[in-house]
Design a protein. Structure first.
Length: 215
């Protein structure tokens, strides 16, 4: 069933970056499954999906991450806390693994994907340094972030995208050194506390005619 435009606008106007969560309110399993599907179905450049999403359930680990997040309470008080990781290198093995999945899903012989492999090798494996790959991966991660935030808003689940953290400390705490993955940002998800004053703030955005141009 199609979602009416005004319902989308209502959801997007309703959401804001929550500063204080209600710790006792948890996301239902069915809603969480919908949120994870929004991450799984996010599009990415070349279809390579250079991301991983760590759901931090361990309370002690959340406390450690809170200290590396300017001590923001959202880390420990939200229902679900997700760390979005970006890939820091792409190898030929990664390309081959991806192409095998394409072949399996679409019934396409691998030899017919040789040209696609050549392009991926040229543009990703040979043309970019690990740091450039990480920057490219980060851009893909932000697409996933957008899908997650919008899906959460449509479900009336609150969210807080968090760049206010020390990614190097996150990597240390989460044991990511040498894993091929690095912290890009994090997202808190749950339900706003009734006393969070930010929910009463009027949304501030540029007018449509200031940001959209037609030629």
């Amino acid at each position: 069933m199609a979602i009416e435009g005004h319902k989308i606008h209502e959801a997007l106007n309703w959401r804001y970056a929550v500063k204080r969560y209600e710790p006792s309110k948890k996301i239902l399993a069915t809603d969480w499954q919908t949120l994870t599907e929004s991450l799984r179905l996010t599009p990415s450049s070349y279809g390579m999906e250079p991301w991983r999403f760590l759901v931090i359930e361990n309370p002690e680990l959340r406390v450690e991450l809170q200290a590396a997040s300017w001590n923001q309470s959202q880390v420990t008080d939200c229902s679900h806390f997700v760390v979005l990781l970006a890939k820091d290198n792409v190898t030929e093995a990664d390309v081959d693994h991806y192409l095998q999945r394409v072949a399996d899903a679409r019934g396409t012989p691998l030899e017919k994907l040789a040209g696609f492999k050549s392009m991926l090798m040229k543009n990703l494996v040979k043309a970019m340094t690990p740091e450039q790959v990480f920057q490219w991966s980060q851009r893909q991660v932000y697409i996933a972030l957008g899908f997650l935030l919008k899906t959460a808003a449509l479900l009336k689940i609150d969210s807080t995208p968090m760049e206010g953290l020390d990614p190097l400390k996150y990597d240390q705490i989460l044991g990511l050194e040498g894993s091929g993955w690095r912290t890009a940002l994090a997202v808190a998800l749950g339900y706003r506390h009734v006393d969070d004053p930010y929910q009463k703030h009027k949304k501030v955005r540029l007018a449509v005619d200031e940001i959209i141009r037609y030629k």
